[in-house]
Design a protein around this ligand. Structure first.
Ligand code: AKB
Length: 342
């Protein structure tokens, strides 16, 4: 469609993943980005995009406007209400996380009809899709494979798990009885991320947020009361690896991908181990533990680790940052510079 400019659509552009991906793409000279978020998108991020739109993924009129101007061969759909926030308004979370995702999958299917080629749809799923019944089972099971213990306890986890299935449906079975047989138009690829830790942004409304909050509080010289027990253990990853995983999966040849969903992970320290490393880098850090029983129950239902063998096998996934390197070379220097500047 020569008349419309080709762009990459990124939803949730004001969030952690959105900002980091936009920066990475723009650094690579790919600024043909349309960024969308209901929250204000920071000006420096807007400046790196072709267009930044304040808007709701539930507003279908917004998409009509968008497609009249742009051709969209790729969508990174990050907009979501995270696991803690979603528990306060589960029905609203379902609307954003599921109906919103379906609107975007429909947009991708329509776009592929116009473009005559599959539209890439990259979707961040989460460790929250897993649900273990108790701590003994969590300890016994260790690193979970993609198909194990898919019994999430949170609305967010249920939404992510279902959206993985919706993506698979749009990729392989969408309108399977229609006479025009326009199928296979959505090239759906999904990553099950662990907790993500960024040096530049703080997550909002997640339950894995304690790791990021602990580090950022120490860098700001603020005391931090951790809402989980010291022995709590779930997988994590530094933000540059999350962006690398998104771009590597997106670039992988379709014929290599044997699954529509891949777990990726990097390290899995306990909350106490994270506090220890933070204290090593910020000797004045004041970290105490005051578990919130209900948020604790959510992280207790998540696995100690994820098995990312499929990602390693199919598209050579390998994190660049182990725990020490993440702190020494990414988190600490960048966080110090970030707060020093403010
Ligand atoms: C959350 O805590 O909700 C997210 C996640 C693990 O997907 N960070």
């Amino acid at each position: 469609m020569g008349m419309r400019k080709e762009v990459i659509l990124i939803t949730g552009a004001a969030g952690e993943l959105g900002q980091a991906l936009i920066n990475q793409l723009a650094d690579e000279g790919r600024s043909n980005i349309v960024a969308l978020d209901v929250k204000p998108i920071p000006i420096p991020i807007q400046e790196r995009c072709e267009l930044a739109i304040p808007g709701d993924i539930l507003d279908e009129r917004l998409f009509s406007r968008l497609i009249s101007e742009y051709a969209i061969p790729a969508i990174y759909h990050f907009a979501a209400l995270l696991s803690t926030r979603a528990e306060f308004t589960p029905e609203a979370a379902h609307r954003v996380n599921v109906d919103g995702t379906m609107n975007l999958l429909k947009l991708a299917a329509d776009q592929s009809g116009w473009l005559g080629e599959p539209v890439k749809f990259v979707f961040p799923s989460s460790v929250a899709v897993f649900g273990l019944p108790d701590l003994a089972t969590k300890a016994k099971e260790g690193a979970l494979k993609e198909y194990q213990w898919l019994e999430p306890t949170t609305m967010y986890g249920c939404n992510k798990l279902y959206c993985e299935q919706l993506g698979r449906y749009y990729a392989h079975n969408y309108r399977q009885l229609a006479a025009d047989q326009h199928r296979g138009g959505v090239d759906f690829r999904s990553l099950r991320f662990p907790g993500l830790i960024s040096a530049f942004t703080l997550p909002t409304g997640g339950t894995s947020d304690y790791a990021s909050e602990m580090i950022h509080a120490a860098a700001k010289g603020e005391p931090y009361r951790c809402f989980v027990r010291p022995d709590t253990r779930i997988p994590f990853m530094a933000m540059p690896d999350a962006i690398k995983a998104l771009l590597d999966l997106s670039a992988a040849p379709a014929e290599n991908l044997k699954s529509y969903v891949y777990s990726v992970t990097a390290f899995n320290p306990s909350a106490e181990e994270i506090a220890g490393i933070v204290r090593r880098h910020f000797p004045d850090a004041e970290i105490t533990f005051q578990p919130d029983e209900r948020r604790q129950a959510i992280v207790d239902s998540w696995p100690e680790d994820q098995d990312d063998t499929w990602a390693r096998r199919d598209w050579n996934w390998q994190p660049a940052y182990d725990l020490d390197r993440a702190f020494d070379e990414y988190l600490v220097p960048n966080i110090k510079a970030h707060y020093h500047r403010e």
